[in-house]
Design a protein around this ligand. Structure first.
Ligand SMILES: [Zn+2]
Length: 339
């Protein structure tokens, strides 16, 4: 039995049925208890290492025409000391050319997820990702794909309707398979892309094509990019990755092939690592692996059987060091024996 990746519970109740009713958004925004998340140009307003949840009074009268409003949901538990359970969270997506915003509170600034993601609490991460996904969609779907007429938001920002033909359009995601490839000797195969710094390694990912299952996409992508043939794939879990709109389906997969052959166009190098080799390479800086906010890292650590230490972690006693003892902690089922 292969253990799935952890899947945290939702932090917001999106209230999908109620939010599509007329007047829902007006009711929410008529209450002083709701809070506002601000997005512009793919970046969120943050402060103190977390999202800035603005009091509606702070934004009143300042939001320029063209701002899109989206109901993100109601907090399910207490996610912040300043946000009681049941707080409605509303997203305001400012146009990219919204200009200076001298009214935003001091100490706040706009930041992209890649810059701030590792510092965010889990609840803020979930809200940031939801906001990013729906904001990206609004910015790129202002016109009808059928007739080219403008579309306008409805259903509290979760649908856009064409002003000419009335067609309904919903947020899109592009499914991608991301795969931790494990060899018969239990080593992991990681790839380095031409687009990255030379010593960065990650799992291989690729978009699932139309009419293809995620498993078929995984097998095809791995054959194309690193030249190995998978005999078994196990789905482990998923992650929304709205940059701009990917939906990652994570797999661990197995091959009997020994030689990996990078495609030479996208993948520069494909390299096998044992657990000790990978941990040593990361600690020495010889290899950089994916960030802890990514499903790529979760897949690699699923195979590894614990937390892979970064150079900055060594003094941190709170993180265990399975490689240092040569034994990964139990509790994470992997494909077989340890090295
Ligand atoms: Zn249309």
């Amino acid at each position: 039995m292969i253990q799935a990746l952890p899947s945290p519970a939702a932090v917001l109740d999106r209230d999908c049925e109620q939010r599509s009713e007329n007047g829902f958004l007006d009711n929410v925004q008529g209450s002083p208890g709701h809070r506002i998340v601000l997005f512009r140009g793919g970046r969120a307003l943050v402060r103190d290492g977390g999202l800035a949840f603005l009091d509606p009074a702070e934004a009143a009268g300042h939001l320029p025409p063209g701002t899109v409003t989206v109901y993100l949901g109601k907090t399910i538990g207490v996610i912040h000391s300043t946000l009681p359970a049941g707080t409605d969270i509303v997203l305001k997506v400012l146009a990219d050319d919204a200009g200076d915003l001298p009214w935003v509170p001091g100490g706040t600034f706009f930041s992209g997820f890649r810059d701030v993601g590792e510092a965010l609490a889990d609840a803020d991460t979930a809200i940031f990702v939801e906001a990013q996904a729906v904001a990206n969609w609004h910015m790129s779907h202002r016109f009808c794909p059928r007739c080219g007429a403008p579309t306008i938001p409805e259903h509290a920002g979760w649908m856009r309707r064409c002003t000419a033909d009335g067609s309904e359009h919903f947020p899109r995601t592009d499914p991608a398979a991301i795969v931790a490839v494990v060899g018969a000797d239990d080593r992991i195969l990681l790839a380095s892309n031409f687009a990255w710094e030379a010593n960065r390694y990650s799992t291989v990912a690729g978009f699932v094509e139309a009419g293809e299952s995620a498993e078929q996409g995984a097998v095809r992508e791995i054959a194309e990019e690193v030249g190995v043939h998978l005999h078994t794939t196990h789905y482990l879990g998923s992650q929304a990755w709205p940059f701009p709109r990917s939906f990652m389906l994570g797999f661990v997969a197995y091959t009997d092939d020994i030689a990996a052959v990078p495609d030479g166009t996208e993948v520069r190098e494909a390299r096998w690592f044992s657990r000790n080799e990978l941990q040593a390479a990361v600690l020495s800086g010889e290899a950089i692996i994916s960030s802890r906010v990514s499903i790529a890292r979760a897949l690699i650590e699923h195979w590894y059987g614990g937390t892979i230490l970064e150079p900055g972690d060594v003094a941190d006693k709170s993180i265990t060091d399975p490689a240092g003892t040569g034994a990964a902690p139990s509790g994470h089922a992997t494909s077989g024996g340890r090295e």
